[in-house]
Design a protein around this ligand. Structure first.
Ligand SMILES: Nc1ncnc2c1ncn2[C@@H]1O[C@H](COP(=O)(O)OP(=O)(O)OP(=O)(O)O)[C@@H](O)[C@H]1O
Length: 328
């Protein structure tokens, strides 16, 4: 049973805009096994959220999704109809969004919404669904869970709302959970608690998890695998260890220079940032999209970029065969 739970190959997402076709996601691929955590990192606009929505089948009509393979537990998601996707979503695949109010309805109590999420996919009585809701609220660390059932989302703090969202996502014990920047809207101490909770539950329930985040500190703590996205491509992927200890792509190296190093970075010390801006993805994009910002680029970077692969599965796209040309 070593087959991946989720397998993505050559996923593309295009959007028609006034200036032409915007190639927001350009031929990405990765595999995820049961119980594994993949963190997708990259700057704003690199295509992380669209990738998550494409897996969930939640892209609106204006996006064109294509893939050579988009398989979940042996199911071809590309050929699933919307009705069939609804059977999977919230049941075998769940998503946690940045902003809890995207998923919570202000007009219904927490108890009704949690129970509803369960009853949609399970033949159970209302009493059983409420018992499950209390159980899950307890598991996400909400005390006096019974009394929360009758509350409305606006009566809870941001951190509690995000815990409720996590409980809701886990009601049907999904096999895959996709969390898109689940803590960005919260303050820093609460962020850490929520992410620890999510990582603990993921391990306990042996779920696979895709976590989309800007925060490499978080990645270092919880990722098994990392996919680094830049301008709609996965420019490097590997185990968390490979990415942190032997980053090969100059963009990954640049990102790593931007994070605080415990014990080394002094409070208030200015962290590096990568100068320059992401190129337009409208029309044909030739060569390496990072080359204008790269400190080791050369003429060859304007041509097609080879994919470099180590036996371990560490993959990157760069003219530099082993990253030796890139400055650390
Ligand atoms: N509704 C839309 N209309 C036009 N372009 C869009 C739309 N949604 C996303 N895009 C474009 O698609 C690209 C990828 O967007 P996406 O939201 O996936 O990025 P992201 O990496 O998740 O960014 P962030 O970290 O800010 O959430 C960006 O260039 C973005 O401008």
């Amino acid at each position: 049973m070593n087959a991946p739970l989720l397998s993505v190959r050559d996923l593309t997402i295009d959007i028609q805009i006034a200036q032409g076709t915007l190639h927001a996601v350009r031929g990405i691929g990765f595999d995820l096994k049961r119980g594994e955590t993949l963190c997708i990192v990259g700057e704003s606009g690199s295509g992380k959220s669209l990738t998550s929505l494409a897996i969930m089948g939640l892209l609106s009509k204006k996006f064109k999704r294509d893939a050579a393979r988009l398989d979940f537990a042996g199911i071809d998601l590309m050929s699933r109809k919307q009705r069939e996707m609804r059977d999977l979503r919230g049941n075998r695949i769940a998503m946690i969004f940045q902003e809890p109010m995207t998923s919570l309805n202000p007009a219904y109590t927490i108890g009704d919404q949690l129970a509803e999420a369960y009853l949609l996919h399970n033949k159970a009585s209302k009493a059983e669904a409420r018992a499950r809701a209390v159980e899950l609220l307890g598991r996400v660390g909400i005390t006096a869970a019974e009394s929360r059932l009758t509350q409305y989302p606006h009566q809870l703090s941001g951190g509690l709302r995000q815990r409720v969202m996590i409980a809701m996502a886990l009601m049907c014990s999904p096999e895959l959970i996709i969390a898109d920047e689940p803590t960005t809207a919260l303050d820093v101490t609460i962020q850490a608690q929520i992410l620890r909770l999510l990582a603990d539950l993921q391990r306990e329930m042996n779920m696979a998890m895709i976590l989309v985040t800007h925060d490499l500190g978080v990645v270092a703590r919880i990722a098994d695998k990392v996919a680094v996205m830049y301008a709609g491509e996965v420019v490097e992927q590997g185990t968390a260890r490979e990415i942190f200890e032997h980053p090969r792509h100059p963009y990954t190296r640049g990102l790593l220079r931007c994070i605080p190093v415990p014990g080394k970075t002094k409070p208030g010390e200015h962290l590096g940032s990568i100068p320059g801006i992401v190129p337009s993805l409208v029309g044909r994009v030739e060569g390496c999209a990072f080359r204008d910002r790269c400190d080791v680029s050369e003429a060859a970077c304007a041509a097609a970029i080879p994919e470099r692969r180590l036996e371990s599965g560490h993959v990157w796209r760069c003219v530099h065969a082993s990253g030796e040309g890139a400055s650390a």
